[in-house]
Design a protein around this ligand. Structure first.
Ligand code: MTE
Length: 463
């Protein structure tokens, strides 16, 4: 994966910055007169209503009303076309789409990453999202060999063993077979091990979409893998690992420790956010391995093999491992450690005025629940506790919020998460002390956003 920004990349980055700015400032969509009204309190609204009543009296009262008219009142007094015409009928769009005004909420390809044939990444726009669930159409994508439209009636999943001693009766399942087995639905985050990878090189890509957008969170529905292993008569005392293989051209294969299966956590999923998986995300079957790096969530799942040793396949011997300071590669570092990021205000956005802001973001840990998030406005000198928004679930995104009054001066915004095991998200110095500077994967360092006096927010690293 090559890292670096070229000219085209910078142009794209500027475009994306503009998009983010528009998203942060929805009032830009309104008439100029109304912009002045944004941010005014309830009293102004009441005053508007009062003036409207006066206007209805006509004559001198109208003149008084004109005199007292606050800027932007016209817009509230006028009846827009959507209040005076028939709306569109039901099912005009049998599958609902976002408003045409929501043009900035798009997956984007990072200008800084080299695309090799169909091997590529699209990042999820977390700067504009609310709550914790990623709409399926915005779920990030990472394909090693592109994605396919698989015919579900043709798709099969085989469960077998390295030898007969592990699996008594190997089986091949159709999707229909799997959907007849009692299912579970669980909310979990998925994060690519390469998320925030460019920051290792201090590239400082412009927006949170590019720093942290290889992350998503969905409700997944399917069958616990344990159920299938039991159905095939797997000896769970002898089995130590399973190998999962995808049906795409990359034949993605990953070794999963058996504990993640026997715990009942790993799911063979066909559902995502109440509907079938999207083709880009593994339709019709994918493995869900909560807390573990995204590469192990094998998409278009076609085979599960049971054995007692890791397989060290090409996908495990070349990437998604950590080059340590002593030159050794650390393999099978699968758990995504505790991490958080402020999503708004964030890089590429602009604060329009002094005053109060909701500083919001996401926290997650591959080891369980988030127990607290602290936020700093001065680069880590002082910290305040943020509010964790419910639900707070294990191995799931957690939304945090904290109020902030921006005084118009420079500020450095950071968030620091802690999980239920007591693990505290490290700063860059702490992380580099252990991991050195040559990694690409597993960067969970504290992210810093610099707010300048002009209100522009940019990506900086604080050591
Ligand atoms: N599974 C297959 N079969 N092929 C792939 O290329 N990419 C992996 C994983 N599973 C991949 C795969 C990687 S590296 C990641 S991060 C996640 O899928 C991304 O899942 P998503 O595209 O649904 O976000």
């Amino acid at each position: 994966m090559a890292i670096g920004l070229d000219d085209d990349a910078l142009t794209r980055a500027r475009f994306d910055t503009l998009q983010a700015r528009i998203r942060k400032a929805p009032e830009n969509f309104l008439d100029a007169g109304m912009i002045l009204e944004v941010g005014r309190g309830r009293r102004d609204v009441l005053r508007g209503a009062f003036v409207a009543a006066l206007a209805a009296l006509g004559g001198s009262a109208r003149a008084v009303a004109e005199e007292a008219k606050p800027a932007g009142e016209d817009a509230i007094l006028k009846l827009p076309p959507w209040s005076t015409s028939l709306g569109r009928p039901v099912a005009a769009t049998p599958y609902g789409m976002p408003s045409k005004y929501e043009t900035a909420m798009l997956r984007r390809q990072s200008p800084g990453l080299t695309q090799v044939a169909a091997s590529s990444v699209s990042f999820m726009p977390l700067q504009g999202m609310f709550g914790i669930i990623t709409p399926s159409g915005l779920h990030f994508e990472r394909h090693h060999q592109g994605w396919q439209e698989i015919d579900p009636s043709q798709h099969r999943l085989m469960v077998h063993g390295s030898s007969d001693e592990f699996v008594r009766k190997a089986k091949v399942y159709t999707l229909d077979d799997l959907m007849r087995i009692p299912s579970v639905s669980r909310m979990h985050f998925i994060e690519c091990g390469a998320n925030t990878g460019m920051e290792w090189g201090n590239v400082a890509v412009p927006t949170v979409q590019y720093t942290h957008g290889m992350l998503s969170c969905s409700e997944f529905t399917g069958v616990p893998l344990r159920t299938l292993l039991e159905d095939c008569g797997v000896d769970l005392k002898k089995a130590k690992f399973v190998l999962a293989e995808g049906a795409d051209g990359s034949s993605m294969t990953r070794t999963i420790p058996i504990e993640l299966v026997t715990s009942g956590e790993a799911i063979v999923a066909y559902g995502q956010n109440g509907e079938m998986l999207r083709p880009e995300n593994g339709y019709p079957l994918r493995l869900v391995v909560p807390g573990v790096q995204g590469v192990s969530w094998v998409k278009w799942l076609r085979r599960i093999k049971v054995g007692d040793q890791p397989w060290a396949t090409k996908d495990e011997a070349v990437h998604y491992m950590d080059l340590m300071p002593d030159g050794q590669h650390r393999q099978y570092t699968s758990i995504q450690e505790c991490k958080s990021v402020i999503t708004s205000p964030s890089g590429g956005q602009t604060l329009l005025d002094k005053g109060s802001y909701n500083v919001t973001g996401l926290a997650w840990s591959g080891r369980g629940k988030i127990s607290r998030v602290d936020v700093s406005f001065d680069g880590g000198v002082n910290w305040v506790g943020a509010q964790l928004q419910t639900p707070v679930l294990p191995k799931c995104l957690t939304r945090f919020n904290v109020g902030w009054i921006w005084d118009g001066g420079p500020a450095l915004l950071q968030s620091r998460a802690m999980d239920e095991t007591g693990f505290v998200q490290p700063g860059y110095r702490q992380l580099r002390d252990v991991r050195g500077v040559r990694s690409i994967y597993h960067n969970n360092a504290i992210q810093s956003w610099k707010v300048s006096e002009s209100g522009e927010v940019g990506n900086v690293q604080i050591l």
